[in-house]
Design a protein around this ligand. Structure first.
Ligand code: PMV
Length: 296
């Protein structure tokens, strides 16, 4: 590979099926890459390295760029079909797409481990102390069970279960991941029993998911997970109401996704056709989501 004038790369967003927050403390999480993505284009040009074009403004973007790019000479364009700050991995997709584009611009090929390590530096700008599950699954694609053991990422591929009816309800309110993670940390050890129950739920869900269990069997585990996320203090009245709305419209189970404090709810098991209108009546949006294919 050789130096290029322009380089472009994409990475998908993600949703966490179960295990958020507990994964920060070494428990496993299950996550899948979604069929929405972020595209980063890098162009060599005179002047300081800066974002020339982005669908959102974020004061942390400059620091994110400098984690990967030189201080001068590169213009950055970002395009995304992911909602920002809603638990769908917008920062993780940006991290991976940026790392991939930077490597291509310099004519370097990254191993998956190098890509993951470089992505940490970008995610840390947005999240403080990320477990790595977000950019791990955005990098890997498909569906993975992720865990951090002694600081090292451990991935296991899980089957990509298409056709089980995955829906997102976006409450429109962003959540702040760093703030939510800090809140959970401050509530320990009082919430450690709930964190342990989340980890047990992930093991149960992994077994059922891998065995091909139907949505009717998987759904209740998601709803149980939501209750535990309530117990650790990361849900909101809007997220609870969105879970109830999904269940009232025929979903087999539903839970908040990501750090909480705002963001999206994931519903499983094909909610009925009235859900989008019912969500819109609350000022939310509801849409189906697919699992992006494994990358490697
Ligand atoms: O809010 P999100 O989608 O970035 O999810 C973060 C997941 C957490 O477990 C809450 C934090 C982490 O680093 O794993």
């Amino acid at each position: 590979m050789s130096l290029r004038a322009v380089a472009e790369a994409t990475a998908p967003g993600k949703l966490i099926l179960a295990g958020e927050h507990a994964v920060v403390y070494g428990a496993p999480a299950i996550a899948f890459a979604v069929d929405r993505e972020t595209r980063v284009t890098l162009r060599r040009r005179p002047g300081p390295t800066a974002v020339d074009d982005a669908p959102f403004a974020d004061a942390r973007l400059g620091a994110a760029l400098s984690a990967v790019l030189p201080a001068g000479g590169i213009g950055v364009s970002i395009a995304s079909t992911l909602p920002v700050g809603r638990g769908m991995g917008s920062s993780a997709a940006l991290a991976i797409a940026l790392v991939r584009a930077a490597a291509t611009l310099d004519g370097r090929a990254l191993t998956p481990a190098e890509e993951h390590a470089a992505g940490f530096a970008v995610e840390a700008v947005f999240h403080g102390t990320p477990s790595g599950v977000d950019h791990g699954v955005c990098g890997a694609g498909g569906c993975v069970r992720y865990r951090r053991v002694d600081g090292a990422p451990v991935f296991a591929r899980l089957p990509v279960r298409q056709g089980i009816g995955l829906w997102v309800i976006d409450t429109g309110a962003p959540g702040d991941t760093a703030e939510m993670v800090a809140g959970v940390r401050a509530r320990r050890p009082g919430i450690d029993a709930a964190l342990a129950a989340i980890a047990r739920g992930v093991d149960h869900l992994t077994a059922l998911w891998c065995a091909g269990a139907p949505a009717a069997a998987l759904g209740p585990l998601l709803t149980d997970n939501h209750r535990l996320l309530q117990d650790i203090g990361v849900s909101t009245p809007a997220l609870d109401a969105a879970v109830s709305l999904a269940l009232a419209h025929g979903a087999a189970g539903a839970k908040l996704c990501g750090a909480g404090g705002g963001g999206v709810v994931l519903a499983l098991g094909s909610p009925n056709a009235a859900l989008p209108a019912a969500a819109a009546a609350q000022g939310w949006s509801a849409f189906p989501v697919g699992i992006a294919p494994p990358r490697r």
